[in-house]
Design a protein around this ligand. Structure first.
Ligand code: 7RM
Length: 660
């Protein structure tokens, strides 16, 4: 079923309750429209006001948006601030040092609370440790860590000294880590001995050692190791240093390094349709503003809330909605090390009950997998827990099917809590299209309307607006403060990928297809229009997986496509031609498993193909182009109805349809 069809199947509208509207920052559509009108009337004034209200500036800005070097836009350029100062010091200075910043729950269930005062001191100690090892403003630090207080501390410490961090998700392989260390030119790496997930230990330090040994990253002079499990590690003195020992020698104060608003806060790698992952570079001022502002609007955040975003700090969602946004607001939030299914499928509900979570933000994949578990086992069904603390529910990362939305709304939210479906990307820094709980009537499967100030639109291949009801390409018409600034080390790629000449060079190309409802103008996201897959809300480039496959000596050729999957949204399907005869039966199963493991090792377990099919060849046009359209149909198990007359080798279709 297409996204549009599935929306049509669920046409109920959920208006904000009187209760939700009453206390909301934006209460009602009139308030929303007034803000939008304000942004349209005076774009600079609109953003300047928010930036002054939301952030603390060391030196006030006099300039707002500068478009002279478009599409390399700048915001608040002559202003100075420090992200860590905004996230920590200002709350302590305001007398809120005793407020709980983090409620950390470990994989095994141990809970640690960290106040703003504690967090500030820990960040200062580690910032001093980084400085002692020679890390300076502008140097890059790679962070390859489990979900932990220390992970947040490492990111904030980098921000404090003006050293852009680049967090690499702990599930990535040594090769992926190496590529990122090399590309970003890291001078230090922060990692852990091991990572605990679902009761299993993963050897992060060993993978980090492997990555460093692959070469090209000799600039890495220091490896800080967070002692998580006490598991055995190889030690390379004097390069390696325990994080706790390093911090223990340091003072618990560290003056923040004031940086210009455009100073890069971080670089985060994300998959594109071509080539290697792109280092998405974010600014300090514009990014931090939006991280905080969107929490106020999308989650109607209040100081009494207990906020919980289940993402990993290795993804942008963990950056914006764990490390920066909630802390910039002085919020109390839950940080979770483990997985939703350990020790059982009731873990999330148990934690919501225990920590009295009021705003809960997770991915549709997690919801879908928990539905299956809950419906099979009443003990771990959300109704077996007291979830009355919940006020707002959110989703992110992929389309949510209306069935899952309704279950989330009814079973988790007790039909009381608005479900905010948030569309955004690594590149956008924060939410772009999302409902506001006190204002926006909700339609399951739709992310509804752009947030105030965001000029989202749908255009055709030439950049012309299309009427509502007609699908097209999702773009943003005006720059916004939290947008990426460039692709690290590759400004040309930034221009080409995000401001393509075909669309006139001025529209931000999101890479998603979308349609707006005829009456309401609501947006529904229809998925990527490029060769990017979304598996469990994680972005994967088909080309990256193909390169990984062909780097295996037995593989001659490979093509990767996505297939809809009930749980993960999309699943990876690989069509492979070997340098030896096409395997069958047992042999095919064995080789498929080998190739899956290979991809896991090359990129990381998230990229492993669910299905590997072997052929004597791939369907190609006479000019040698692989016909992905056909492969997508084959992957889905559909009958081929397309015109195959341009195909060089039509017989191959039958072979590939059989699977393995
Ligand atoms: C935050 C994040 C971005 C891609 C994006 C979309 C898809 C994200 C939604 C969604 C439908 C949503 N960053 N996507 N949110 N699709 N509805 N609410 O996920 O850079 O990793 O991915 O994810 O395709 O382009 S990301």
């Amino acid at each position: 079923m297409s996204a549009i069809e599935s929306v049509l199947h669920e046409s109920r509208v959920f208006a904000p309750s009187a209760e939700a509207a009453a206390g909301a920052a934006i209460s009602g559509m009139d308030a929303y429209r007034a803000l939008m009108a304000e942004a349209e009337r005076d774009y600079d004034g609109f953003w300047a006001k928010l930036a002054r209200e939301t952030l603390s500036w060391r030196k006030p800005f006099s300039k707002v948006l500068d478009e002279t070097n478009a599409p390399f836009y700048t915001w608040f350029e002559d202003g100075e601030l420090n992200a860590s100062h905004n996230c920590l010091d200002r709350h302590v200075e305001a007398g809120n040092g005793d407020r709980t910043a983090l409620i950390f729950e470990a994989d095994g269930g141990e809970v640690t609370r960290v106040t703003y005062q504690d967090l500030l001191q820990r960040v200062c100690r580690f910032a001093n440790a980084l400085k002692r090892r020679g890390v300076k403003k502008g140097d890059r630090v790679v962070i390859y860590m489990p979900m932990s207080v220390e992970g947040v501390v490492a990111m904030q410490a980098c921000a404090r000294i003006g050293a852009p961090h680049s967090v690499v998700f702990g599930g990535f392989s040594s090769k992926s880590l190496n590529e990122r260390l090399v590309d970003v030119g890291a001078v230090a790496l922060v990692t852990a001995d091991e990572q605990m997930r679902g009761g299993k230990a993963l050897p992060l330090k060993r993978i980090a050692d492997e990555a460093l040994a692959m070469g090209g990253c000799e600039a890495v002079q220091s490896v800080f190791v967070y002692r998580r499990t006490g598991g055995e590690v190889e030690w390379h003195a004097p390069r390696d240093i325990w994080m706790d020992e390093a911090a223990a020698q340091e003072a618990d104060t560290c003056a923040p390094e004031w940086v210009g608003a455009e100073h890069p806060l971080f670089v985060l790698y994300t998959s594109g349709s071509t080539g290697k992952p792109k280092g998405v570079q974010h600014s300090t001022g514009g990014y931090l503003l939006w991280a905080a502002q969107t929490i106020k609007w999308t989650f109607d955040w209040k100081p009494s809330d207990v906020f919980w975003c289940t993402a990993d700090i290795g993804w942008v969602t963990g950056h914006t909605y764990i490390t920066y946004g909630p802390l910039a607001l002085g919020a109390t939030q839950v940080v979770f090390e483990g997985v939703p299914t350990y020790p059982d499928g009731g873990r999330f509900w148990n934690m919501i009950e225990k920590h009295k979570v009021s705003v809960f933000y997770t991915a549709p994949t997690a919801i879908r997998s928990l539905i299956k578990i809950a419906e099979a086992d009443a003990k771990v069904h959300p109704r077996s827990y007291d979830l009355s603390s919940l006020r707002i529910l959110g989703t992110v990362g992929e389309p949510i099917n209306p069935e899952a939305w309704i279950w989330y709304h009814e079973q988790v939210g007790g039909s009381r809590c608005p479900v905010v479906d948030t569309w955004w990307q690594t590149e956008t820094g924060g939410h772009m299209i999302a409902p506001m709980p006190g204002a926006t009537p909700l339609v399951p499967g739709s992310c509804t309307l752009p947030l105030p100030g965001i000029m989202a639109a749908i255009v055709d291949e030439t950049g012309q607006d299309v009427p509502n009801g007609q699908g097209g390409i999702l773009v943003v018409k005006r720059p916004w403060p939290a947008m990426l600034r460039t692709v690290w080390g590759d400004p040309e790629r930034y221009k080409k990928s995000y401001f393509p000449a075909e669309l006139g060079g001025k529209l931000y190309l999101a890479g998603d297809g979308s349609v707006r409802d005829k009456e309401t103008g609501y947006f529904t996201i229809m998925g990527r229009i490029d060769d990017v897959l979304n598996v469990s809300g994680h972005r994967l480039g088909t080309m990256e997986i193909e390169s990984a496959l062909v780097s295996n000596p037995i593989v001659a050729e490979a093509a990767v496509v996505g297939r809809p999957d009930d749980t993960t949204g999309e699943a990876v399907v690989a069509f492979v031609v070997l340098k030896r005869p096409r395997p069958e039966g047992e042999e095919a199963v064995k080789l498929a498993n080998e190739l899956r493991a290979w991809v896991g090792k090359e990129i990381g377990p998230i990229a492993k193909p669910k299905d590997v099919r072997f052929g004597d060849n791939l369907p190609k046009t006479r000019s040698g182009k692989i016909m992905r359209r056909l492969l997508r149909s084959l992957a889905k198990g559909e009958e081929i109805t397309q015109d195959v007359s341009t195909l060089e080798n039509p017989a191959i279709l039958e072979q590939l349809a059989q699977g393995r």
